[in-house]
Design a protein around this ligand. Structure first.
Ligand code: BGC
Length: 411
């Protein structure tokens, strides 16, 4: 038994064979969904106006609650999760994601300049594509470059800035929203008309299960993800550096100065990227390390450890514990990678829902995904979707609490 497997085992308190996190986690993927026409809301879901886009289109906000009182608010603009309230160990509810209460804040110049993608669905290609180009089946495609020389999160106008069609639903497992968006052939330079369907389910087992599907008319790269920033003390709290993080990965993909992977799959052993044992996020950020310097902190893709033969099932990717509140967030996914971003570019210029500024490293993102720049990296798992295939990816965020501050250390 390797050291890191037993550490993961201990921190989850489950058997190694059950490393996919337990039955409730898995059931969320098999639910039968019945959607409701948008005029009749299922119980536990309320719709209200979130304002208008500059072209006059209405943005709707869906408030979804589960049987235990966890509450999530989602807007159809960008599929953005604008708030998510979960209990701490004493039962006190706090909003644990960064975001805003009005559409104007998501459209402001200050927000666009900072470009943090708070809470949004990311597509067609989450993360970076080097130099805004790739070659597929002998043809070279050019994309808008919006992050130095590279394309980030789908280009200038990604899925995070699109108005999605939303259908609320209620099922045996919970309540949620099915969001659909059709991206035109050639949109942001990508080939193929891509029909995308994302289902958010807030389950009665306190999970947010996200199911992504897409079909295309021509071969195209697809890499969808969700870009929520968490602060388990509550959004607006100044730092995530004392959150304890475990990432189920023994390798990561080092990057160059522009955050494009070099192609190497590097062992995390003996580096600040070894999160196989739960470690405070801030513990090694001060170390002299070229990778940390390039990204101004953590902004790296981790190569997730998978159980043999279980690539199609959500497996544990990460676990975060905030000692004071006792809140725990677990992430399981079918994806091979996880971008851990420590909020390095937050600088206090944006003020959140509670009226407090979102300061440096006051939120963290755990973006499940294929590896960055895969269309240009032949040794990475392929992100190419072809017309005879269906893109399917699942990620589950599970919310719980621990009784003791030291639970991760003593489990
Ligand atoms: C990227 C960061 C970027 C952030 C907000 C993350 O997914 O890796 O480099 O700053 O998104 O755009």
């Amino acid at each position: 038994m390797t050291r890191h497997l037993s550490a993961v085992h201990r921190c989850l308190g489950i058997g190694l064979l059950g490393m996919m996190i337990g039955p409730a986690f898995l059931q969320a993927q098999a639910q039968t969904v019945s959607t409701t026409s948008s005029s009749a809301m299922p119980p536990g879901i309320e719709r209200s106006s979130f304002g208008q886009l500059p072209d006059g289109r209405e943005v709707d906000c869906y408030r979804i609650t589960n049987d235990n009182g966890i509450e999530m608010r989602v807007i159809n603009y960008g599929g953005i999760i604008v708030s998510l309230k979960t209990p701490d160990r004493a039962g006190r509810m706090d909003d644990i994601v960064l975001g805003f209460d009005s559409i104007g804040d998501y459209l402001s110049d200050t927000y666009r300049q900072a470009n943090p993608y708070f809470g949004a669905l990311i597509g067609r290609y989450g993360n970076r594509i080097a130099n805004g180009r790739f070659t597929l089946d002998g043809e070279t495609y050019h994309l808008p470059t919006n992050d130095g020389p590279n394309t980030l999160h789908g280009g200038d106008v990604g899925f995070n800035q699109r108005l999605w069609h939303a259908e609320p639903f209620s099922s045996a497992e919970g309540r949620g929203l099915v969001l659909t968006y059709t991206s035109a052939d050639g949109e942001q330079g990508f080939p193929g008309r891509l029909s995308t369907r994302v289902r958010y389910t807030l389950t009665n087992d306190d999970e947010l299960a996200i199911d992504y599907r897409a079909r295309t008319t021509r071969a195209t790269p697809v890499n969808l993800t969700q870009h929520s920033y968490f602060n388990l003390k509550g959004e607006g709290s100044p730092s995530i550096l004392d959150h304890q993080l475990m990432i189920n990965a023994s390798a990561y993909t080092p990057v160059d100065e522009t955050l494009i992977p070099t192609g190497e799959i590097a062992d995390v052993s003996g580096t600040p990227f070894d999160f196989r044992e739960p470690t405070a996020i801030g513990a090694r950020l001060g170390q002299k390390n070229t990778q940390l310097a390039y990204a101004k902190g953590y902004d790296h893709n981790f190569v997730l450890s998978k159980n043999p033969g279980q690539d199609d099932l959500p497996t544990l990717a990460a676990r975060v514990l905030e000692p004071r509140s006792g809140r725990v967030l677990e992430v399981a996914t079918t994806e091979p990678g996880l971008q851990f971003y420590s909020g390095n570019f937050l600088d206090g210029s944006l003020t959140g829902k509670s009226g407090r500024p979102y300061t440096h490293r006051s939120g963290l993102a755990l973006e499940t995904q294929h590896f960055p720049d895969s269309p240009n990296q032949p040794n990475f798992p392929s992100t190419i979707l072809r017309p005879d295939e269906t893109y399917h990816s699942q990620t589950i965020y599970r919310f719980s609490t621990t009784a003791s501050e030291n639970q991760l250390a003593t489990d």
